[in-house]
Ligand binder design. Structure first.
Ligand code: NAG
Ligand code: NAG
Ligand code: NAG
Ligand code: NAG
Length: 392
């Protein structure tokens, strides 16, 4: 399904508490770009490519430019005694500049663009929230669309859209134009828009020109009723559904993890947690303190969702092109929503915000986009296996 409501959680199983040391580490090379850094990137880029309503320059992605692994590891293994400085902080920017895709690396400390090139070849940058919103506003005002809605006896104010890339099925359009196809859905009494598609229309918007470039009203298809589409648990109380009792995990001594900037320490584990507008949650340099050798052993250098690919596999005209690429098209971070304390994350959870650059480069914040908490995971089976072995 479309990636509009995507939450990120980290769950731990619940074991024991070990406190962390009290030293303050230097800035971690994997820390996400801060609001100040994003503003600086915008200012630096504006010197070469003036940003503003009269210029077709848009930020499609801004994130940390992945530092060289060997530099990160040298820093990491020396960081406990501060002998090596972390690698330089850089931002990686993918921009759309007058119908071309530009890849720019900005060095934060020298305040300079250190790489700038036009992307050649297939593929387009991630969709920004702003251009998806702008395209739906465009279609709502588009006369032929309004006529088709009226013909179906529907209320245009109750229509919402999905905005999908069109894939490549041999047409030349997708190769030469950055276009999306919009699919209308009807609310009017439901909160579950996906159950009420208004099928039969083809609506294509060119994002660089922000214009409806193709509109077809092919057929009118019967739309499902709104009745019986409620799925929210709070609305499912008697007589519609069961009442659930609240359950609480008690931690009288507080949580068993410690958070130091973006570093999380729990039991004999240590890792870095970060947010990226495309990848979503990123876990780096996860390591385990090995008491046999009295030092940390690295387990994972960097890990995140690489892609969630959701092909609909329906060959009809309304659906064939829908092959959701959640990270690449929509951004797993950009689609993430704020987590609700006690609903998404239990008492004692620690929340972190996510910061990303909007289409004009201005930082935007998703408050409470990640949460960290411990969770009792039940009795562990291998405990019993070990017991059996020792009895033999
Ligand atoms: C971009 O630079 C122009 C001058 O070239 C300036 O007028 C404008 O305020 C700058 N915009 C931002 C967002 O820094
Ligand atoms: C700093 O730590 C590294 C790695 O643990 C070690 O090899 C090096 O000798 C230490 N340097 C000093 C000055 O203590
Ligand atoms: C259409 O929907 C809007 C928003 O829900 C509502 O205010 C308006 O009364 C509706 N119009 C008709 C004709 O039902
Ligand atoms: C929707 O379903 C409920 C419960 O079955 C019923 O009471 C109600 O009349 C239905 N509403 C419509 C508009 O069909």
């Amino acid at each position: 399904m479309a990636p509009l409501h995507f939450t990120i959680l980290i769950l731990f199983s619940f074991i024991i508490v070990i406190s962390s040391s009290s030293f303050t580490p230097p800035r971690h090379p994997f820390d996400p770009l801060t609001e100040t850094e994003l503003k600086l990137v915008r200012t630096i880029i504006n010197k070469s490519y003036p940003i503003g309503p009269n210029h077709k320059f848009t930020f499609q992605y801004v994130g940390l430019n992945e530092p060289d692994k060997s530099l990160v590891l040298s820093w990491y293994y020396s960081s406990r005694n501060h002998t090596i400085k972390p690698p330089p902080r850089q931002a990686f920017v993918i921009a759309r500049d007058n119908g071309k895709t530009r890849e720019i690396v900005v060095d934060i400390s020298s305040r300079a663009i250190v790489l700038d090139k036009i992307h050649v070849g297939n593929g387009y940058p991630m969709l920004s929230n702003d251009e998806q919103e702008a395209s739906t506003e465009l279609v709502v005002k588009f006369k032929p669309f309004r006529d088709s809605v009226a013909k179906r006896g529907l209320n245009v104010s109750e229509i919402v859209f999905t905005t999908s890339t069109i894939g490549w099925y041999g047409e030349t359009k997708a190769e030469t134009e950055r276009v999306i196809r919009l699919m209308p859905f009807y609310l009017d009494g439901t909160v579950n828009m996906y159950l009420r598609p208004i099928e039969g229309m083809t609506i294509i918007v060119n994002l660089d020109e922000m214009k409806v470039t193709e509109f077809k009203d092919r057929s009118t298809v019967t739309m499902p009723k709104a009745n019986g589409t409620e799925y929210r648990i709070s609305k499912l109380n008697p007589p519609f559904g069961p009442t659930l009792q609240n359950a609480v995990l008690l931690q009288p001594d507080g949580p068993g993890f410690k958070i130091d900037g973006h570093i999380v320490r729990w039991a004999n584990w240590e890792f870095h947690i970060s947010f990226d507008v495309r990848a979503g949650i990123v876990i780096s340099l996860a390591s385990l303190f090995d008491t046999d050798v009295n030092k940390y052993r690295q387990v994972l250098y960097k890990g995140h969702l690489s892609e969630m690919f959701i092909p609909y596999m329906d060959p009809s005209d309304d659906w064939y092109f829908i092959t959701y690429l959640d990270c690449g098209d929509f951004g797993c971070g950009q689609c993430a929503v704020s987590l609700q304390p006690y609903t998404d994350c239990p008492a004692g959870a620690v929340f972190m915000d996510g910061i990303f650059a909007g289409q004009d480069g201005t930082p935007a914040k998703i408050p409470k986009v990640m949460c960290i908490f411990e969770k009792y995971a039940g009795d562990i089976m291998w405990r019993h296996i070990r017991k059996l072995k020792s009895q033999t």
